[in-house]
Design a protein around this ligand. Structure first.
Ligand code: ATP
Ligand code: MG
Length: 404
């Protein structure tokens, strides 16, 4: 027997009341896009369930793709069976013989959405349970937490049987919470922050600051590769490269060493906020983690954050490094993040940055620079590209490979 569909339960989406269909429609769209790489597969969603019809496609790779899509609580690979009592009996017997191991307990959980079917759910539980006893005489029934639950659903077109439930990614469908811009460096933390924002339904665009020739093409490629990893969870991601060399040189020339970091971060924040506005996004997301480095003390955060009133979401702010790394490994960004390409902040980093910058000083040093014009030029020079899950990757690699 071959699985015919993956049946999806919405989980948290069921609590959305009147808004539910907006969430469900977005989920359907995201699933359709993610599964477009499997030409046979079709998708149908109703109020209570989503159905991914395999139409002959192998179920395992499709299930792997589905596991990464936010908004799916769990899903059950299901067999399609002719809607008749003899066919159902034969099916439960075959399935049980396949999966039963000595000592296991079971139950049948039947549901009838087609009320014209000859047996109701109670009778179905009885008749199909008896069929299982005939096939495996020693098996025990157990109502509460049995080892095997055979779910039988009588629908309009056919009957469906499932016996395993696969955990989904949980969260909310990407795009249902609006859009945010992610400040993406080449480090470990910001891709994890991006993943966690996607998980709560935020559609992201990635903003990356590059300072060539101080930063290498390798650092840029790293940021793009990290972005590509994130597309597995949310589909295409717009990648925005910001030319940051002029600003870093200006700061280096005109501000005292101890304040380089604070000033640099304030510029990043201002520019990101301008880009956010241009791209119609609602929030800024970054990978700051409290106390991890000098720029991430509460005093620094306050000085840096002072340039905008836009909400800044910091998904990893209270996590320990090891907790962040655990997620980075799970989402497969860790190996890329630890590649040794310095990004713009490391290169201009002072030996002893201020951990408690004074706003009064910050403003005094900034007055030496033409802040507005510098921001304006950086924003005017952004390069916007679209990063897709697989394809394009090779082209970009070739392009950058030439430069390395
Ligand atoms: P990460 O691992 O994300 O690089 P980090 O621990 O190295 O974080 P910092 O270098 O202090 O921390 O950066 C803090 C945050 O500032 C990053 O998580 C990221 O959101 C943002 N950021 C830093 N450098 C860049 C950059 N070159 N481009 C875009 N955002 C950046
Ligand atoms: Mg970093």
């Amino acid at each position: 027997m071959k699985y015919s569909e993956l049946m999806i339960r919405y989980g948290e989406l069921s609590t959305k009341g009147k808004n539910k269909m907006r969430f469900v429609n977005k989920l359907r769209q995201n699933i359709q896009e993610a599964l477009a790489i499997y030409p046979e597969v079709t998708v149908y969603f109703d109020r209570d369930r989503g159905h991914v019809y395999l139409n002959g496609a192998d179920y395992q790779p499709v299930a792997e793709s589905l596991k990464k899509i936010f908004g799916v609580q769990n899903f059950a690979p299901s067999y399609k069976v002719e809607k008749s009592v003899p066919a159902l009996k034969e099916a439960v017997q075959t399935i049980m013989k396949n999966i039963y191991q000595d000592g296991m307990t079971f139950k049948i959980a039947a549901r009838r959405s087609d009320h014209s079917f000859e047996l109701d759910s109670r009778d179905l539980n009885q008749v199909l349970g008896d069929a299982v006893f005939t096939a495996i005489p020693n098996v025990q029934v157990q109502m509460k937490s049995p080892d095997i639950t055979l779910r039988v659903e009588i629908r309009a077109d056919a009957a469906y049987i499932s016996h395993e439930e696969i955990m989904g990614a949980g969260g909310l469908p990407v795009g249902t919470s609006g859009k945010g811009v992610l400040m993406l460096s080449g480090g470990i933390d910001s891709p994890v922050a991006g993943y966690l924002a996607l998980k709560r339904g935020v559609d992201i665009e990635a903003v990356h600051f590059a300072s060539p020739p101080y930063t290498s093409p390798g650092a840029l490629k790293k940021a793009r590769d990290l972005t590509r990893k994130l597309t597995a969870f949310g589909g295409n991601i717009t990648f925005i490269e910001v030319p940051f060399t002029e600003i870093q040189e200006e700061i280096k020339n005109k501000a005292p060493e101890a304040y380089l970091m604070t000033l640099t971060r304030r510029f990043m924040m201002r520019i990101t906020d301008r880009i956010r506005e241009k791209r119609n996004a609602l929030v800024i997301i970054n990978g700051e983690s409290l106390g991890q480095v000098a720029s991430q003390t509460l005093e620094s955060m306050q000085a840096i954050n002072a340039v905008t009133s836009t909400p800044v979401i910091r998904p990893v702010v209270t996590m320990d490094k090891l907790e962040i790394i655990e997620i980075a490994e799970k989402i497969d960004t860790f190996e890329i993040s630890i590649q040794p390409f310095e990004d713009c902040c490391t290169i201009f980093a002072p030996d002893r940055p201020k951990t408690n910058p004074k706003i009064k000083n910050v403003e005094q040093y900034e007055a030496r620079l033409d802040v507005d014009a510098l921001v304006e030029r950086a924003v005017a020079g952004i390069i916007v590209t679209e990063i897709t899950p697989e394809a394009v990757a090779d082209e970009v690699d070739e392009l950058i490979g030439d430069l390395l």
